[in-house]
Write a protein that binds this ligand. Structure first.
Ligand code: ASP
Length: 321
């Protein structure tokens, strides 16, 4: 019998080998421990050598049907730091999508060239649909107002690295909780931990009832508020979101709520000394520039943690971690 010796053991035994990453619901706590351990190794390797050849010869198709700066470029950086290469499709206007090609046809084409597909799409469930047609792993990089699982993983990794623990914390989510897919995924993922979640938003941008129901079912203590100042003193993680203009049908409605919450240095005066301010970015007005120099402002560090988590995920689905 001809035995192949694989550098990292038998990849069929590697967790997540060949799997899609579509929703945070597919993760349990041991999975998170594993992903974070691999992400820490990636961080160590990047610090030591910058780029290495773990995924040499592998190709990622990075397909974005909605705008992106961080998710798209961090997946590219992650793949390139692992020695792999990337087919970037950022402007679907210039691809055959603009000729009317369906998503199933696009992914069935790209998987002939690439080993893994990262997909951002305006429709909820688009990644799940793509995964039905593709035999290569699909990674959901945001499906409309649905989920953004890799963002939630990097958010949780940020919390764990910055504060050292997750259990016992109070996480306050602020802003557009209705359309913000990052808070949908993060809230779901946090039900695996012993945390309290404060949901602060204008009435018309409250967290969707199905997610509040999931918090109830998981016995995650939570409360809905419109006044941010009330919950600031007990907050360990202040997670701010952008009001998502592109999701509104009515511009006046957007204008009425767009500046509902603006975090300034004054807002943080009553906050703990050991707490962090997070934001998936882009930021519009919801965190004033003066907060950037506060050591508690973790949002740019958060982006770097994201690259390590995405390196870990790519290595895992390709059977190299
Ligand atoms: N970048 C995040 C997302 O793609 C947040 C945002 O766009 O406001 O969901």
């Amino acid at each position: 019998m001809n035995e192949t010796i694989l550098p990292f053991g038998d990849k069929r035994e590697a967790p997540f080998y060949g799997k899609d990453i579509l929703s945070v619901s597919q993760f349990r706590r041991p999975d998170l421990d594993y992903i974070f351990a691999v992400a820490r190794e990636m961080q160590g390797m990047v610090t030591r050598v910058g780029t290495f050849d773990l995924l040499k010869g592998k190709i990622l198709a990075n397909v974005f049907y909605e705008p992106s700066t961080r998710t798209s470029s961090s997946f590219t950086a992650a793949m390139e730091r692992l020695g792999g290469s990337v087919i970037p499709i950022n402007e679907v206007r210039y691809s055959s999508v603009s000729k009317g090609e369906s998503l199933p046809d696009t992914v069935r084409t790209l998987e002939r060239y690439a080993d893994v597909i990262v997909l951002r799409h305006p429709d909820v469930g688009a990644s799940a649909l793509a995964a039905e047609y593709a035999s290569k792993p699909i990674i959901n990089a945001g499906d409309g107002i649905g989920e953004h699982p890799t963002q939630a993983l990097l958010d949780l990794f940020t919390i764990s690295e910055e504060l050292g623990v997750i259990d016992g914390l109070t996480v306050t989510m602020v802003g557009d909780l209705k359309y913000g897919r990052t808070v949908h995924s993060l809230a779901r993922l946090l039900t695996l931990f012993d945390v309290r979640i404060n949901l602060v938003s204008p009435k018309i941008l409250q967290m969707p009832p199905e997610i509040v129901k999931e918090l109830q079912t998981a016995h995650t203590p939570h409360g809905e508020y419109s006044d941010l100042d009330k919950v600031i003193p007990s907050t360990d993680v202040l997670y701010i979101t952008r009001v998502q203009k592109e999701r509104f049908n009515n511009v006046e409605e957007y204008e009425a709520v767009k500046d509902a919450y603006v975090v300034t240095s004054a807002t943080l005066q009553s906050a703990k000394q050991r707490m962090i301010v997070m934001h998936p970015l882009p930021r519009i007005n919801e965190i004033s520039g003066e907060v950037d120099s506060d050591p508690r402002a973790a949002y740019f560090r958060q982006m770097e943690y994201g690259m390590y988590v995405r390196m870990a995920l790519l290595a895992m689905v390709l059977g190299k971690a």
